[in-house]
Design a protein. Structure first.
Length: 364
């Protein structure tokens, strides 16, 4: 394969970062499109070995550290990636030509962005927030306020606000970002679609259900975006979940939610959460047997599942007349919820609904 030959040519050239990376990215994309996970893993490990040799040959070159950080991140080795990015940033800032060269300032901002990504991947959202803010400051200075990469950093900062439960801040920044992305990139661009999707999530969290539905639907409208650039299955699943479980019964739509949930499962059958949504959708559509089948599938794909499956399983079994089994699932759901997520508002609603159906008298 010519791409493999290109990698071999540039492998021992410590100054051939861009050519090596270009060949690597193309080959990785080909293998991912083929679904060849073993080859993808092997290629990522090869890049880690190659970049480690580059670091050993030229330890004063910041690019080698940044590239090894990228290799670590590709293998989900986020702590190692963080260490390499911090070293690369430090070396970059020590260069005699920094920060006079624009390309070095652009690289510097990109390194901070990757540093933020890896903190977020470890669940360290507070650290990620500060790093995305730093990245945004740097990218606005070197790239401009409406550059594609600057807008993506705004998107990630809003995403981090949401991860921290600060949905009002997430929605405010998300609306600002979406308006800029529509103007700069267009509504069909993958970055714009991801912002619509995340803004819909924030709107739903803020009880702005009509806005959330509208945004989810817009992400699913026929368009010319590149296949795979935006995960339509995720939007289908989230919209289906909202239409099945929304606290406002007027928003619920039993027929539409089953349709969407089925399509999400077809696109990503390995995602247990999508089967959970399908189970809830079937339950709302009074298809009790189908609900049980989907929820059991979800539990099987998610290490036995959790209360998001089990409350609906309890209600579906009750509707089928299996009252003892229903109570078993209800009790299991209650124990898990009390131990793991006692304050989760969705679970509180599902628990109250199940308790009413099963005629369980819970102490207030």
């Amino acid at each position: 394969m010519h791409l493999r030959e290109a990698l071999a040519i540039f492998r021992n050239n410590s100054h051939g970062h861009r050519s090596y990376n270009f060949a690597f990215d193309l080959l990785l994309a080909v293998l991912q499109a083929q679904g060849n996970e073993k080859e993808v893993e092997a290629l990522r490990r090869q890049k880690l070995a190659d970049t480690t040799r580059a670091v050993e040959r030229t330890p004063a070159d910041p690019e080698t550290w940044l590239q090894r950080g990228l290799a670590h991140a590709g293998l989900q080795r986020h702590r190692e990636a963080i260490a390499d990015y911090e070293k690369g940033i430090s070396l970059l800032e020590q260069l005699p030509t920094f920060p006079s060269k624009r390309e070095q300032r652009r690289q510097h901002a990109g390194a901070y962005n990757e540093l933020a990504n890896n903190h977020a991947a470890l669940g360290k959202q507070t650290e990620a927030e500060q790093l995305y803010k730093k990245t945004l400051e740097l990218r606005k200075a070197v790239l401009g306020a409406d550059d594609k990469d600057t807008l993506w950093t705004m998107h990630m900062l809003a995403h981090t606000y949401a991860a921290l439960g600060r949905h009002a801040e997430a929605a405010k920044l998300g609306e600002e970002t979406l308006a800029l992305q529509r103007a700069k990139l267009g509504s069909d661009h993958a970055d714009t679609l991801w912002r619509m999707h995340d803004l819909a999530n924030s709107c739903a969290a803020l009880d702005r259900y009509a806005e959330a539905v509208k945004l989810y639907e817009e992400t699913l409208a026929p368009r010319k975006n590149k296949p795979g650039a935006f995960d339509t299955a995720q939007s289908m699943n989230n919209l289906a979940w909202l239409l099945a479980t929304c606290p406002d019964a007027k928003v619920r739509d039993g027929g539409r939610t089953v349709e969407l949930a089925k399509k999400a499962v077809e696109r990503a059958p390995e995602q247990g959460a999508y089967h959970s949504t399908l189970g809830a959708a079937h339950y709302r559509a009074a298809a009790w047997n189908e609900a049980v089948a989907a929820l059991e599938k979800s539990a099987g794909l998610r290490n036995g599942g959790d209360s998001f499956d089990w409350f609906f399983l309890a209600m579906a079994h009750w509707q089928l007349g299996a009252k003892d089994k229903a109570r078993e699932w209800y009790d299991k759901a209650v124990r898990w919820m009390d131990t793991n997520q006692p304050k989760n508002e969705e679970l509180r609603r599902f628990r109250a609904e199940a308790a009413e159906l099963l005629r369980v008298n819970e102490k207030k």
